[in-house]
Design a protein around this ligand. Structure first.
Ligand SMILES: [Fe+2]
Length: 394
């Protein structure tokens, strides 16, 4: 198995791991959401159940029942009457199971109490006359109630997975509504799967972008480094040309993005010299016609190299035309005037200025005044030359 296969397998493994991590995180998040929803539903259902029990107890204690007669029956211990009232209450108050008279002191602070004991919930009513100013002091009526039954009859949805649990406590808080539904359902898995796929796609896109940028920058700097070993003048010259071109662009009000494009083009404009023989590049004497024709190929070779980088299409074009001249005497295409990309015109002015003012093995560099005199006679964009001249006069 060669190394590219190993890298490929590793990438697949990384993708699977990323997918699983996002999938698990998504499940966890959805589980949390679902749990919150269930707990909120439980609270709402429990509140509704409490409200129902209290409203029924209020209904019974506040006169829907013959308390005066009940009081007399209790005081007279008239069991037959009490049985009749039990049936009467049972028919109007469906949540009760049975009624009994209990020996318990009624403190009169409330007409009834709801209490929970040993897993059963009770409502205990004080027994009073219709004006509630006379109570049976030592007896109360107790109904046991079945919250699960109330729940099933009144609140329960046939699809619901809720059930009622009685917990030992005094008062109505002794009822709890529990959801037995499994927290994760099919749609959670489907949602988590979709989220994981989306996450994987986003991560992959980001990775692809980072890798492309990384290889572009890395690849280009490797090529520039190779060129500097072959032709150190060109490497240094390229950096200076880039800076001069960016200066002209800034004077023209170019955006930072356009200036960066020009900076890259400056660094890369002579990259094609990597394809030209060292003996010609470093020749100290005058070049022969064929040698000059060979050197002229560098702008096209540079274009071919830079075109391989998808993000550098414009840079490649600027590089290709950096030796075109306004009168059509330049190369490689002999473009004229505005046919020449404007950024190539800027690069050309920067290139010529730097070449003229730099010492070479076969001649000393011109001073700036001389350089501008020479440039004034050349078919360059003279507005751009003027920008440079004005700057260096200061
Ligand atoms: Fe060049």
């Amino acid at each position: 198995m060669d190394s590219s296969h190993v890298i490929c397998l590793n990438n697949k493994l990384v993708n699977i791991i990323i997918f699983l991590i996002i999938f698990i995180l998504s499940l966890f998040g959805l589980h949390q959401l679902n749990s919150d929803r269930i707990s909120e539903n439980e609270d709402l259902t429990e509140n509704a159940l409490h409200a129902f029990i209290i409203s029924n107890a209020n209904g019974v204690s506040n006169g829907y029942f013959q308390w005066d007669e009940m009081l007399r029956a209790v005081l007279n211990n008239n069991q037959a009457q009490l049985n009749r009232y039990e049936n009467e209450i049972t028919s109007m108050f469906s949540m009760n199971d049975d009624m009994e008279i209990i020996e318990k002191r009624f403190d009169g602070s409330a007409l009834y109490d709801i209490i929970t004991r040993d897993g059963t919930t009770y409502i205990e009513f004080g027994i009073f006359d219709s004006n509630a100013d006379f109570y049976s002091p030592d007896q109360m009526i107790r109904f046991s109630i079945d919250p699960q039954n109330i729940f099933d009859q009144t609140l329960s949805n046939p699809k619901s997975k809720y059930h009622v649990e009685i917990i030992d406590s005094s008062g109505i808080e002794g009822i709890r509504v529990i959801n037995t539904e499994k927290p994760l359902q099919l749609f959670h898995y489907v949602s988590a799967f979709s989220l994981a796929l989306l996450g994987l796609f986003l991560i992959q896109s980001f990775r692809q972008f980072s890798i492309t940028s990384h290889y572009e920058i890395d690849g280009l700097s490797n090529i520039v480094m190779l060129l500097s070993k072959k032709d150190s003048y060109t490497a240094e010259h390229s950096i200076e040309v880039a800076n001069i071109a960016v200066f002209i662009a800034s004077q023209l009000g170019y955006s930072k993005k356009e200036q960066r494009t020009l900076l890259k083009a400056g660094h890369l404009h002579d990259i094609g010299k990597i394809g030209i023989s060292e003996s010609i590049l470093n020749k100290s004497g005058k070049l022969l016609y064929e040698e000059y024709e060979e050197i002229k190929k560098h702008s096209l070779i540079g274009y071919e190299i830079v075109s391989h980088f998808p993000n550098l299409k414009e840079v490649a074009l600027i590089v290709k035309h950096h030796h075109e001249l306004l009168d059509g005497s330049g190369y490689p295409d002999g473009l004229k005037g505005s046919e020449i990309p404007f950024k190539s015109q800027i690069l050309n002015v920067a290139d010529v200025f730097n070449a003229l003012t730099t010492d070479r093995p076969y001649r000393k560099g011109f001073d700036k005044v001389q350089a501008f005199e020479i440039m004034a006679q050349m078919p360059l964009n003279q507005e751009l030359v003027t920008i440079l001249r004005t700057h260096y006069k200061k």
